[in-house]
Design a protein around this ligand. Structure first.
Ligand code: AMO
Length: 435
């Protein structure tokens, strides 16, 4: 404008207007997304130049020096214009995710996500939980989804499996006497992504010894209520500080869903309705497999009063299993586990898992239990879902820095990708089909 140049200067803390005198030669070279270092004086704007729509709209920087640190090509989308971003395809955003993440909106979400995780860590540490990492290269866990596999170089024909959850490790940690474990754990499931599902996602995973259902639900209730009060004070809790508990049967009869949305006003993005669903059936009948399969997983304990049903009518037995629901989404699930090897054997039998197979898949766990296992149970919460609901976005891809597409591709990195013949040979595998 005349003899002066205005720019919007952006960094992680926000945006501010900078004013240059045109006599400053380098200022004439500035283009969108250039990286700069500058010095200047922060001054109040005159009353008529105040921009009420900008947080920093009352002042500006009068620059006295400017250095261009890096030039930038014209970005593939106009990332400083939220209105125009609405017309940009998600594919393009994901391909240039590092540019997409320059947007204030995306940075706000990632900062919120970090705050949520820090809150969880601090809260559980104060409650005497110990944060422990568990392996990523491991053996299958029984969460029921298809697994990602990694060929072994040293042992031809053998494979590692990426964990669907740290389930077995956390139970083994209870056998080790750690008593209260948690982890912000990466989990891998080879299933088709959806708006609330990713092939790799993050769980808050926890496990406790010497507890029953109530203890686990109480800690989850305390954690989530205090998290909301501290980080999202603008949110209204439909049921206040107490989270209602519905039995599975009640939920199905009344709401025809085991994850009912109990908000009073579903258009209010600041309303949060939590509920626990309890008393799930231990087994469900699988039409596909023509046999009973576990409703949760096969380490879930039957209710004490239903133990005798295992021999008579296993399909009638209820489980010490619970889900945690927020605004109609399942945000956590867990159970009290079987810590008695004989009951575990009984469950295998009902599920028609042969002794050999049980030994091969879970022998290590059964053996561990024979050395004295405390009663234990836990829960895991899908962090991506929690952040998405709290940040009021529709899709968990919006709250993951580098998510995968609906067909499980990473468009930015170009994964999955081919390997060199050399690598394939070293991995001891043969490629038989290639579309
Ligand atoms: P479950 O399989 O129910 O339980 O998973 C726990 C929670 O993880 C979230 N979740 C997902 N989030 C994003 N993408 C996915 N593909 C995905 N799959 C699951 C959900 C779900 O409620 N080991 C047991 C827990 C336990 O028994 O302690 C487990 O993993 O929010």
């Amino acid at each position: 404008m005349g003899s002066i140049i205005f720019i919007d200067l952006r960094d992680i803390s926000g945006l501010v207007q900078v004013v240059f005198d045109k006599s400053m030669a380098e200022a004439n070279d500035l283009r969108p997304e250039y990286v700069v270092e500058l010095e200047g004086k922060v001054v109040l704007r005159s009353e008529k130049n105040v921009n009420p729509n900008l947080k920093t709209g009352r002042f500006e920087i009068q620059a006295s020096s400017l250095k261009i640190l890096a030039k930038a090509k014209t970005p593939p989308f106009q990332l400083d214009n939220e209105e125009k971003m609405k017309g940009v395809s998600e594919e393009l955003r994901l391909k240039y995710r590092y540019l997409d993440l320059r947007r204030g909106k995306m940075q706000t979400i990632l900062k919120k996500r970090a705050e949520i995780i820090k809150f969880i860590r601090d809260f559980l540490t104060k409650e005497n939980f110990i944060e422990i990492e568990t392996p990523i290269l491991t053996k299958g866990t029984p969460e029921g989804a298809r697994e990602y596999i990694v060929p072994s170089r040293n042992f031809p024909g053998k494979f590692y499996v990426l964990p669907q959850s740290p389930q077995q490790f956390k139970q083994l940690l209870m056998v080790s006497g750690l008593e209260r474990y948690f982890q912000i754990a990466r989990c891998f499931r080879d299933e088709d992504p959806r708006s609330d599902r990713q092939p790799e996602f993050t769980q808050l995973d926890l496990e406790m010894s010497f507890v029953d259902e109530e203890d686990v639900l109480n800690i989850v209730e305390k954690l989530f209520i205090s998290l909301l009060k501290k980080l999202f004070p603008e949110k209204k809790l439909t049921f206040g500080n107490k989270i209602p508990r519905l039995t599975y049967q009640e939920a199905i009869e009344k709401y025809k869903s085991d994850k009912p949305d109990l908000r009073k006003d579903k258009n209010d993005k600041n309303e949060i309705a939590f509920c626990f669903i309890i008393d799930f059936p231990l087994f469900v009948y699988s039409e596909e497999e023509k046999r009973l399969v576990p409703q949760h997983h096969l380490f879930t304990s039957p209710k004490d009063k239903d133990m005798k049903l295992l021999d008579l009518k296993p399909e009638k037995a209820l489980a010490k299993q619970y889900d945690f629901v927020m605004n109609g989404y399942e945000i956590a699930g867990g159970s009290i586990r079987i810590h008695n090897p004989e009951i575990q054997q009984k469950i295998f039998k009902i599920l028609k898992i042969e002794e050999d197979e049980a030994k091969r898949r879970f022998g290590h766990l059964l053996e561990a239990f024979s050395y004295g296992a405390p009663p234990h149970g836990g829960i895991a919460s899908g962090i991506d879902r929690v952040v998405a609901i709290l940040c009021a976005v529709e899709n968990i891809r919006e709250v993951i820095a580098f998510p995968k597409t609906a067909d499980a591709k990473d468009l930015m990195m170009g994964a999955p990708s081919e390997l060199s013949d050399e690598q394939i040979k070293e991995a001891n595998i043969k490629i038989v089909g290639n579309e």
